[in-house]
Design a protein around this ligand. Structure first.
Ligand code: ADP
Ligand code: MG
Length: 596
């Protein structure tokens, strides 16, 4: 029991730090068990990892709160927040800043858990399965230089850990708060939404003491209402499939609306202001990222030839320009199955968006077919909608199905006016429209080239991942994967999960693919798309046996589908190497893994 653990810790007082390893194992608390999964072997090592497991019978949540995957995610996210706030209210036992801790000072005693942001995500800090609820966190075990501070450790487990246990129980929460959290997850820009954020670097709602937010109100022509099972009737703006242009003066709220749509692929916590701002799961916000590398992307619909007769149907560069980076961004999004693309003039390369009459006359050698000439063909041939924020150029009036204006933070439907003006003041846009938009190719990945068993991927706090391809060989390839331009990545914990997922991918594909082959042998029925993809494997003709072929090559789309299924069915723990636990993971969308 936990009393035994407390006794053991006092006995360990003043012993050498490595003796902490004796606490490895499982200890029973009142309603749960505490499992010491990994014990650090010195005070400077990464902190020790613990799990608290509460059986359903003790946690006592009504099963209706976790009877489907989306509700389970919501309940676990709620508990991850509860765990995090409980921990942040505990008083630190020693000064924690590294500057004040000399080598001989008492240190450790800090409990940490993943810090959730404004989005509701599947996380590794709290999971739920058939047995119960499991919370994961780390503790830096207290020490003075390299000796165990046993009494400190004992009081930590005696006083603080039971508070964590309590934070997981149904009885500790206000049932109406909990119900509101879980029930807000079926959603769409609801009237009354608060879209503006506290600042450019904060995802929190605008602070009313700084500035009063104008709640969103749908233009009458776009008003839609829905009945939701747990909420009743909701009303708000519905944007249909098509090309939508958001116009308006500077500082009138255009980017704010677009950013809220970009985050609409996630559910938001109550009070965020963006609850019921819902967009497709496959919405991708594309921005210019000059300097990025591009690997074999067919950007020819946008850019057909580069200086020196460089062709662009398998374009490769280590240093893209603004426009080439955007062309690649769009094509990659289509490859990954995007059904809606978002563009904001603030973050786009202008020459990718438009080219006006005078510039067409002045410069004859520009290889760019701007987006304005391609949006309609993308919609027609790929079913991919676009929503664009454009304040400075009216050319999109010719190609937009819907034109919105943001004025004083209010939203207006000005489509009719835009049509009239487009007739009065003709442009050349329609003359240059692309008749078709070619199919995208399916991207293949070579599994042995991924940094798997031999490599190491380290996610950094700034949204980059360091990749070392072979840890045993210090001179092996080192790369940095820069994910900072992925505006829809909302948490460092998602970046960590992407790093782990890339490492785990070959294993997941192999195990899922073998299952698939066995399944096919038993049923002798074929899932046609999987077969189709395998036939297009480049190894098909040269390779010997089907199984080795399957193991070497796969399409990116299929890999992502298998990964996403694994995460959905078996959770984030599946992307960690055997037995290892990382309590600081949040589920990324398959699209962001694909971009990575
Ligand atoms: P634009 O893209 O049209 O230039 P932004 O969307 O960047 O404008 O918004 C300009 C400023 O107005 C930002 O500081 C933003 O937080 C604020 N803002 C946006 N929408 C609202 C709103 N509904 N209520 C109050 N302030 C808002
Ligand atoms: Mg803007």
């Amino acid at each position: 029991t936990i009393q035994d653990l407390v006794g053991l810790l006092t006995e360990l007082n003043a012993r050498s730090y490595s003796a902490y390893r004796d606490i490895q194992g499982i200890w029973n608390l009142k309603d749960s068990s505490l499992s010491a999964e990994y014990i650090q072997n010195d005070p400077f090592a990464p902190p020790s990892k613990f799990c608290l497991r509460v059986p359903h019978a003790n946690a006592r949540y009504p099963s209706s709160m976790y009877d489907n995957p989306i509700r389970t995610t919501a309940l676990c996210d709620f508990l991850a927040r509860s765990l995090y706030t409980t921990i942040s209210r505990l008083s630190p036992r020693f000064p924690t800043s590294s500057s004040s801790t000399s080598w001989s000072a008492a240190k450790g005693g800090v409990i940490s858990a993943d810090k959730p942001g404004q989005q509701v995500l599947q996380r590794s800090s709290v999971i739920l399965d058939g047995h119960g609820i499991e919370a994961r966190f780390t503790i830096s075990l207290p020490a003075q230089s390299r000796t165990i501070l046993g009494y400190e450790a004992a009081s930590l487990f005696k006083e603080q850990v039971p508070r964590l246990e309590k934070s997981l129980m149904f009885s500790s929460h206000d049932p109406s708060e909990l119900a509101e959290f879980i029930d807000c997850l079926v959603a769409f820009v609801i009237n009354g939404a608060i879209l503006p954020r506290a600042s450019g670097i904060s995802d929190l709602p605008l602070n009313p003491s700084e500035k009063l937010a104008v709640p969103f109100q749908s233009p009458p022509s776009l008003l839609n209402s829905f009945y939701l099972p747990h909420r009743g009737k909701i009303e708000g703006m519905g944007i249909s499939k098509g090309v939508t242009m958001i116009a308006g003066g500077g500082f009138h709220g255009k980017s704010t609306l677009l950013d809220a749509l970009a985050k609409g692929c996630y559910s938001h916590i109550p009070g965020d202001g963006r609850e019921f701002v819902v967009t497709s799961q496959n919405i991708v916000s594309v921005q210019s990222e000059d300097g990025r590398p591009i690997r074999n992307v067919d950007i020819s619909p946008f850019i057909d030839q580069l200086p020196g007769h460089v062709t662009t149907n398998s374009f490769k560069t280590e240093d893209a320009s603004g426009s080439t980076s955007m062309a690649a961004g769009v094509i990659e999004a289509l490859e990954l199955g995007a059904d809606t693309l978002l563009f904001d003039e603030d973050t786009c390369a202008t020459n990718f968006l438009i080219r006006d009459t005078r510039m067409r006359k002045l410069i004859k050698t520009d290889p760019i077919n701007p987006l304005v000439s391609n949006v309609r063909a993308m919609l027609r041939d790929h079913g991919c909608s676009s929503i664009l924020v454009i304040g400075g150029c009216g050319d999109y009036c010719d190609v937009a199905d819907l034109v919105l204006e943001m004025r004083d933070y209010g939203c207006y439907d000005i489509t009719e006016e835009a049509r009239r003006i487009a007739e009065e003041v003709p442009s050349v846009v329609t003359q240059y429209e692309a008749p078709t938009f070619p199919q995208t190719r399916s991207r293949h990945i070579h599994l042995p080239s991924l940094p798997t068993d031999r490599g190491k991927l380290t996610a950094r706090k700034n949204g980059t991942v360091d990749i070392l391809h072979d840890i045993s060989n210090p001179s092996s390839l080192q790369e940095t994967l820069d994910l900072r331009a992925l505006g829809q990545l909302v948490s460092d914990s998602q970046t960590r999960a992407i790093a782990s997922a890339l490492k785990a991918l070959p294993g997941i594909i192999r195990s899922r693919d073998v299952l698939h082959i066995l399944h096919k042998q038993v049923n002798d029925s074929s899932e046609s798309d999987e077969v189709g993809e395998r036939q297009s494997d480049p190894e098909e003709s040269s390779s010997d046996s089907t199984s080795s072929r399957v193991k070497q090559w796969t399409t990116l789309k299929k890999a992502l589908r298998l990964l996403d299924r694994e995460l959905g069915e078996r959770g984030l723990d599946q992307i960690m190497e055997d037995g290892k636990l990382d309590p600081f993971l949040a589920r990324p969308r398959a699209i962001e893994v694909g971009m990575a």
